[in-house]
Design a protein around this ligand. Structure first.
Ligand code: GLN
Length: 309
């Protein structure tokens, strides 16, 4: 994976210009007002290379709701807390169903298909709640250290609206609890999940925050070991097969990088041994992934030859 001869700023400039031609495509998430109010004509992209350099274009410094991107970080914390025991409580298979689907849970006796569907993220949140004395602070500190930005925080309005409109998450959590696969109070698990969804970060913060996944588990921002090299391989593989839900096949096909999306329009991706990256554009496709974000990642891997395949 050699970057010599690639003018990354030029490539990002081209992608930024192409995406701006297509503003208006996709639908902004509208299940809560704070997301519905975000303008659709936004696009940012940031690359964080392991040598510490950052390349960016567009609205890469505008903060947005990271939503399900947070599932990468809680998965990392859950693995830190209980290691491979986690896989007894959540599987690592792609679902082929939407991110908030309940359908496979009954057959699989409350064991969610993967940690990136909402069901799996609720179990992961439960593990983090049991595993750390101050789970909320642990998650915030984790992201501040990974990004190098001490101002990373949560949005209380988003967290509150998630709680007010989270009927399906409530159903998922109670259903999983009925199988005994949540150990904490159901409302506490939901509140932690809503809090993680409400984190606000920008593309540069997020690109830096996934660098440990490109760097065999070591965070180049803080110098800390975040997870083992094996942990990194596992998290990246689940991102590849399930990070974009029932579009993971299409993402492998068009993008070819481990990636994790959120309904705020952000997508983080990893080029193993090279960089962490993040794109953001609020218009979503029918699977709930950023439509222009995916297009940008597709163009990026084709222009650089950096897809893992
Ligand atoms: N808050 C959203 C939910 O729980 C997060 C989903 C997502 O980003 N895909 O439905």
């Amino acid at each position: 994976r050699d970057l010599t001869g690639l003018d990354l700023d030029d490539i990002l400039g081209t992608i930024n210009a192409e995406v701006r031609q297509r503003f208006g495509e996709g639908r902004v998430a509208d299940y809560i007002p704070s997301l519905a109010d975000v303008p659709r004509d936004r696009f940012g992209i940031a690359l964080a290379l392991l040598d510490g350099s950052v390349h960016e274009a567009g609205n890469a410094r505008e903060r947005f709701s990271i939503q399900s991107i947070s599932k990468v970080y809680t998965l990392t914390l859950a693995l830190e807390a209980i290691g491979d025991e986690l896989w007894k409580r959540v599987d690592r298979e792609p679902s082929g169903d939407p991110f908030n689907s309940l359908i496979q849970l009954e057959h699989e006796k409350g064991i969610p298909r993967n940690p990136f569907m909402n069901a799996g993220a609720l179990v992961t949140a439960d593990v983090v709640l049991s595993g750390f004395d101050a789970p909320e602070r642990t998650l915030l500190e984790f992201l501040r250290k990974r990004s190098g930005n001490p101002e990373v925080g949560t949005d209380e309005v988003v967290a509150r609206s998630e709680r007010e409109s989270g009927y399906r998450n409530v159903a998922l959590a109670n259903f999983i609890r009925s199988f005994g696969n949540l150990h904490n109070d159901v409302q506490d698990v939901l509140d932690f999940y809503y809090l993680q969804c409400s984190l606000r970060m920008d593309c540069v913060d997020l690109a830096r925050s996934v660098q440990y996944l490109a760097n065999a588990g070591r965070c180049p921002v803080s110098g800390e070991r975040v997870t083992s090299a094996e942990g990194t391989t596992r998290i990246n593989s689940v991102m590849m097969t399930a990070g974009t839900y029932d579009a993971a096949g299409d993402f492998a096909f068009y993008v070819g990088l481990p990636a994790k999306s959120g309904v705020g329009g952000g997508i983080v991706a990893v080029v193993p041994h090279v960089m962490g990256l993040c794109v953001w554009s609020p218009g979503l496709d029918e699977k709930g992934n950023s439509l222009l974000g995916r297009y940008a990642l597709h163009r990026f891997t084709r222009m650089t030859g950096l897809a893992v395949f």
